[in-house]
Write a protein that binds this ligand. Structure first.
Ligand SMILES: Nc1ncnc2c1ncn2[C@@H]1O[C@H](COP(=O)(O)OP(=O)(O)O)[C@@H](O)[C@H]1O
Ligand SMILES: [Mg+2]
Length: 216
């Protein structure tokens, strides 16, 4: 199958689509027809769901060319009429990553720093992600993580609206990294969790500083 985005032709990498598990979208690994080694993820809307994809395109365009976006998925191209987004191709999402790997405190810190670095960047541009969870964080190999899925994101009117993302970070820490063993997690993470859930008393900026200063 051929897909044309901004006058460039892309083909499926695999005959079978292996990463087709989106709710409103569908993710297909594609490569440039002219340069097969240049791979991307093509996200396309399912029927009747163009609205969220268009919202995602609008938000991702705000990030383009801005310094500090290294932990945010990059938009390489799009077709708003068809509802196509061309994105960096990840290996897997954080949900699957955590199912496959046993990780220690240090690794939790390394991953969390990247997520919060991404969050700091979008909050600085007055964007609320709105749906932060393990399946919306992607792993690119070599300990590299990025935030994706801006379908439910919005431009905030008040800084207070950022609280929602921070609270979700709290749940991510508790449910995905430590499950119900929060009591047994290191004091540093338990303290951080208390600052995030139920009502965040810190900003992404402050969480970032707390994380980088943790010593394991
Ligand atoms: N760029 C990508 N590279 C590889 N896999 C991806 C990529 N984007 C999304 N996925 C996978 O597809 C799933 C659904 O994509 P997502 O953007 O979260 O759409 P939805 O809004 O439908 O949840 C993700 O949870 C992840 O497993
Ligand atoms: Mg998602």
């Amino acid at each position: 199958m051929n897909y044309i985005i901004e006058n460039i032709v892309y083909n499926n990498v695999y005959k079978k689509n292996i990463q087709d598990k989106g709710n409103f979208g569908k993710i297909i690994p594609v490569c440039k027809e002219s340069k097969k080694n240049e791979k991307f993820a093509l996200k396309m809307s399912k029927e009747g769901e163009l609205g969220q994809i268009r919202n995602e395109i609008k938000i991702l365009k705000l990030f383009k060319g801005k310094i500090g976006s290294e932990n945010i998925i990059n938009l390489w191209g799009c077709d708003e009429t068809k509802g196509y987004l061309l994105l960096d191709l990840a290996e897997k999402d954080l949900g699957d990553y955590l199912k496959e790997k046993e990780i220690g405190e240090k690794k939790v810190q390394v991953i969390m720093i990247q997520i919060i670095n991404g969050l700091k960047f979008i909050h600085h541009l007055d964007v609320v992600h709105g749906d932060l969870k393990a399946t919306n964080i992607l792993y690119f190999g070599k300990s590299k993580f990025k935030i994706c899925d801006f379908g439910r994101s919005f431009l905030l009117k008040e800084k207070k609206e950022c609280e929602r993302d921070l609270q979700n970070i709290g749940y991510l820490l508790k449910n995905d990294f430590y499950k119900s063993k929060m009591d047994k997690s290191p004091a540093e993470f338990s303290e951080l969790f208390k600052k995030l859930v139920p009502n965040p008393t810190v900003t992404a900026e402050e969480v970032y500083d707390l994380l980088v200063n943790m010593k394991f």
